[in-house]
Design a protein around this ligand. Structure first.
Ligand code: NAD
Ligand code: LMR
Length: 330
């Protein structure tokens, strides 16, 4: 008996990331090789023509798992019966901007989407926010989605996690698959803290494999924090292939049990773990149980350097939250 299709909503589906994502979701890379999907693609009117072209290409792929494609400019139609909401649609930053410069423009997109998610989504809906500034947009959507448990909302720090693992692997001369226990703390922004101090390479502490503290505290941190800006500088457009890939990784990590002893990076609604103010959408190390549940890994110790970095990214998230207070549902 084939499984009934699962509805996956992708907002901003005609954009750069959307264009990478739709084919991967339709081919089974998001929900598995035996799970049919209905794609629900939300766009704004000016992008509908391009979106229709993408739909022609989806048809031309003859994906066995693609049960249907719905395109719409209506936020309610977009989230009808949706089990996985991938909130990508938002304006990307240009060279010279920080992601938080997008707060006022993009923030307004996420309240109505949160409301529609609550009113129209599947009762088990999971929401993953990519559109920048991702953590605070996720907070806006979450606060508008009355009745949807906060633990169903995730903002993407997985691209930072993948970037950090790749940099450690390159420095160590080891395969990237050997890098584990990497955590991205805080905001998906230049204040994030990529934590190499709990990471392992080939099962050993990364700090024993890479005995170059100056590099870890300097070049490594800066490379990961600034990678998005460097990609924009080089491509003239923000990362898209790697962002879509990170989103696929993130959903798979939430769907499957985290390997014993390891963790994955995702920004979740703080319940006060590590002293982070409750309600901030904060990047933590997380373990998933493979049944839809997850928990923040607790008990990791931070030295003064890490504590200072985590304080800086916390403060930035508090400032972002305060700047969009008027967009938060009461
Ligand atoms: P893009 O400009 O190529 O595409 C964005 C799409 O969103 C456009 O097609 C636009 O028409 C659509 N859109 C705008 N408002 C919308 C709305 N209200 N409803 C539905 N769709 C809407 O941008 P992109 O490169 O695909 O990036 C999308 C977002 O993802 C940006 O904010 C970017 O900064 C962010 N991003 C985040 C990460 C991350 O790691 N969290 C990584 C890369 C990019
Ligand atoms: C990234 O990290 O590549 C994205 O958030 C895009 C950006 O603005 O840097």
């Amino acid at each position: 008996m084939p499984k009934p299709p699962v509805h996956v909503t992708i907002t901003g589906a005609a954009g750069q990331i959307g264009y990478q994502l739709v084919f991967r979701v339709a081919s089974g890379q998001l929900l598995g090789p035996d799970q049919p999907v209905v794609l629900r693609l939300l766009e704004i009117e000016p992008a509908m023509k391009a979106l229709n072209g993408t739909v022609m290409e989806l048809v031309d792929c003859a994906f066995p798992l693609l049960a249907d494609v719905v395109t719409t400019t209506d936020v309610n139609t977009a989230f009808d019966d949706c089990s996985w909401a991938l909130l990508v649609g938002a304006f990307p930053r240009k060279q010279g901007m920080e992601r938080k410069d997008l707060l006022q423009t993009n923030g307004k997109i996420f309240g109505p989407q949160g409301k529609a998610i609550a009113e129209r989504g599947h009762k088990e809906i999971r929401v993953c926010v990519v559109g920048n500034p991702a953590n605070t947009n996720c907070l806006i959507a979450r606060s508008a989605a009355k009745g949807v448990p906060p633990e169903r909302f995730f903002a993407m720090t997985r691209l930072d996690d993948n970037r950090a693992k790749a940099q450690l692997a390159l420095k160590a001369g080891m395969p990237v698959k050997d890098v584990t226990n990497l955590a991205i703390w805080g905001n998906h922004s230049a204040t994030q803290f990529p934590d190499a101090w709990h990471a392992k390479i080939g099962g050993k502490p990364a700090t024993e494999v890479i005995e170059d503290e100056a590099w870890l505290k300097g070049e490594f941190l800066a490379t990961v924090q600034q990678r998005g800006a460097k990609v924009i500088e080089a491509r003239g457009a923000s990362s898209a292939g790697s962002a879509a890939n990170a989103l696929i990784d993130m959903v798979n990590s939430l769907r499957h049990p985290t390997p014993a002893g390891d963790w994955v990076s995702v920004a979740t609604c703080s319940r006060g773990e590590y002293g982070i103010p409750e309600g901030l959408q904060f990047g933590f190390p997380v373990q998933a149980d493979g049944k839809g549940g997850w928990k923040v890994v607790e008990g990791l110790k931070h030295d003064a350097f890490a504590q200072e970095k985590i304080a800086v990214t916390t403060k930035e998230l508090e400032e972002e939250r305060d700047a969009i207070k008027s967009l938060l549902g009461s």
